[in-house]
Design a binder for this molecule. Structure first.
Ligand code: GDP
Ligand code: MN
Length: 380
């Protein structure tokens, strides 16, 4: 789950990382009010869940109130890589002397959180990693020990931080690491962390992604979620209690259980097809959820075939069948629907579906192969 820069900065501030004193504005008037009374220049920053805002014209320095109005007018409503700017962050401009990169991810291969620092800050780190990887230092942190002081010294040396800023860097890296761990982040970045003309370190930009799997223990995530930034179908699915992830293929998959969803995507690919999504209706799905699942999957214009793969345990196959029939009554479905429905009450389900246009298959591989064939045919 992604959040906005201003939200990430508020979290970092709570952990002792210095950030500019900013105000969020959702209109030009609010932006002008936020800048009024303060000192200039201010910076006007687009708040969207995508990077590279600066290059896209979404970060502008305003030397005076008139420029704030001009930039806020231009930036609000701007489309940056598919995201519409609904808010801007107004902050006092920073007198930037040096830009550093500070980031943290979970290194799955090493099974440790990994702190990354680079003196090549301000630019996209993916580019630095691809062209000049030696410019990034990676420090793996044992969560049982935390960030060690020798690691902080190593980071400071690698960044060639001026001596008088070393203490500040230690506090920033310590707070950054604690925020990452305590907030269950999957990614955190300060790019750039800036050394000002006055020799102070401050987080000029901030990015945080939360690990969705930790949402259950972070009720505070909910208030930070911006549904306007998410894939609309994913938002609808979440509200219906379904877990849905949109992918690039053409076969819409509706499955019960995350493991079966994975297996279904694998078998679709095995037969040369591409899944259009991952959709898990969950263990105890009701007919209405199945209807909603079918509506969501078929709302994706890329989907030309639907594959149901249901292993009825707690989920009853007849309920799934009822949900499908209800969806067919309500929605104008013209694409083929292939089914593999086995387990609890499968006989009842078969009886319910008899005489419909649905294509029932006895096994998972037969269903997947059929769906791939129909999808390929539909695509040509
Ligand atoms: P991003 O492009 O989405 O990563 O947005 P950033 O917040 O990182 O801003 C991009 C670039 O704009 C930074 O790397 C800085 O060079 C510049 N910038 C941002 N804020 C300020 C500021 O307050 N003062 C100055 N001089 N430059 C800034
Ligand atoms: Mn940045």
């Amino acid at each position: 789950m992604k959040i906005h820069e201003y939200q990430a900065k508020a979290i970092f501030r709570d952990y002792g990382v210095p950030v500019p004193a900013g105000t969020v504005a959702s209109s030009v008037t609010e932006a002008c009010e936020a800048a009024a009374g303060g000192s200039f220049p201010v910076v006007v920053k687009a708040q969207v869940h995508v990077g590279g805002r600066g290059k896209a014209g979404g970060v502008k320095l305003a030397p005076d109130p008139a420029a704030v109005k001009k930039h806020a007018t231009a930036i609000l409503g701007m489309n940056i890589k598919g995201s519409t700017v609904r808010r801007v962050l107004i902050e006092p401009g920073i007198d930037i002397q040096t830009e550093y990169y500070v980031g943290m991810i979970v290194d799955r291969a090493r099974r440790y959180p990994c702190l990354m620092v680079s003196a090549a800050g301000g630019v996209e780190i993916e580019e630095v990693a691809a062209t000049t990887p030696e410019k990034i230092a990676r420090l793996h942190i044992d969560p049982a020990l935390g960030l060690r002081s020798f690691q902080i010294r190593r980071a400071a040396r690698f960044l060639a931080i001026p001596k008088q800023a070393e203490k500040a860097l230690a506090a920033i890296l310590g707070g950054f690491y604690r925020a990452f761990m305590e907030k269950d982040c999957s990614l955190a970045e300060i790019n750039p962390l800036v050394l000002t003309g006055a020799g102070e370190l401050i987080a000029c930009d901030a990015k945080i992604n939360f690990d969705d799997n930790a949402a259950y223990r972070h009720p505070e995530y909910a208030a930070l979620r911006d549904d306007a930034e998410a894939e609309p179908l994913e938002v609808q699915a979440r509200h219906a209690g379904l877990s849905y992830v949109k992918l690039d293929g053409r076969i819409g998959c509706i499955v019960n259980g995350a493991g079966l969803a994975m297996a279904t995507m694998d078998i679709v690919k095995h037969f040369g097809g591409e899944p259009a999504n991952f959709l898990d209706i969950g263990g105890g799905a009701k007919a209405e959820q199945v209807t909603e699942a079918l509506r969501i999957v078929t709302a994706d214009p890329a989907v030309n075939t639907v594959l149901f793969n249901i292993f009825g345990g707690i989920v009853r196959c007849d309920r799934v069948a009822e949900g499908i029939l209800e969806a067919m009554r309500r929605l104008d479905l013209v694409i083929p629907i292939v089914l593999r429905l086995v387990g609890t009450n499968e006989d009842k389900a078969r009886a319910l579906l008899a005489g419909t246009s649905l294509i029932a298959c006895a096994t998972m591989s037969e269903a997947a192969r059929t769906a791939v064939e129909l999808s390929t045919r539909g695509a040509t």
